[in-house]
Ligand binder design. Structure first.
Ligand code: DX5
Ligand code: ZN
Length: 220
């Protein structure tokens, strides 16, 4: 089962409420919320107050916080308190990623661990029992609208071969054209920024993902 998770980064910033409303009308119930600290990645994005504003207006929407930050745990209370339903941190940002996952679980939300393209999938092996979500970056984190890196898809297959049964999310350059490949490799959540919010027909993008699930259902 794959699930579309649009990334707010590509939404029209002058019309965030309208963009999210239109997204939910496409049947989407989860939003990818990128947090950048201008240190772990060379960009700045949204802080906790954006998360609170979205959660207040759309309480039923799941907010999947992707913390591209060096000191992510300092902001854990803020994001969870303001409505994030899952929090994903980066393996590269922690001396002890397992402790970070425990800290997220203690707050009662789903815990995710992400790797940049240069980090081997083997680095995730010690945490497979703990991570509800593994987020595979298919671009260098920091900016939307970059080109998908197909060589990262092998990491998804590796994790499934290693017996990982949790959610595998894929982030960066994901679009309807590579969705079937990602589904076949074993991915579950397809994060789409540009491909969804900048599409002339976002409804068709949501439908394309749904159709992949139907095809999979027919094969079973
Ligand atoms: C990049 C972010 C992504 C970004 C993806 O660092 O983590 O979530 O929004 O954007 P697209 O889908 O445009 O590559
Ligand atoms: Zn992201």
């Amino acid at each position: 089962m794959i699930k579309l998770t649009p990334s707010l980064l590509a939404a029209d910033l002058m019309n965030l409420g309208g963009e999210i409303e239109a997204m939910m009308k496409c049947g989407v119930d989860q939003l990818h919320f990128d947090v950048m600290d201008a240190h772990f990645v060379p960009n700045l994005s949204f802080g906790p107050s954006f998360c609170r504003a979205i959660h207040r207006r759309f309480p039923e929407l799941k907010i999947d916080a992707h913390l591209m930050m060096d000191n992510a745990l300092d902001y854990l209370d803020a994001f969870v308190g303001y409505g994030a339903s899952s929090v994903t941190v980066h393996e590269e940002a922690f001396a002890d990623p397992g402790a970070a996952l425990r800290a997220i679980h203690e707050k009662g939300v789903q815990a995710g661990l992400s790797v940049k393209p240069g980090t081997p999938a083997e680095a995730l092996l010690p945490y497979l029992d703990q991570a509800d979500i593994i987020l595979i970056m298919t671009v260098e984190p920091g900016f939307g609208g970059q080109k998908f890196m197909p060589d990262q898809v092998e990491k998804i297959r590796f994790l499934r071969r290693a017996g990982y049964r949790g959610v595998i999310a894929v982030d960066g350059g994901v679009c309807p054209d590579n969705a079937a490949l990602l589904q076949q490799a074993g991915a579950n959540w397809l994060v789409m920024g540009t491909a969804f919010f900048r599409s002339p027909d976002p409804q068709a993008v949501a439908r394309a993902v749904e159709e992949l699930n139907e095809k999979e259902g027919n094969r079973q």
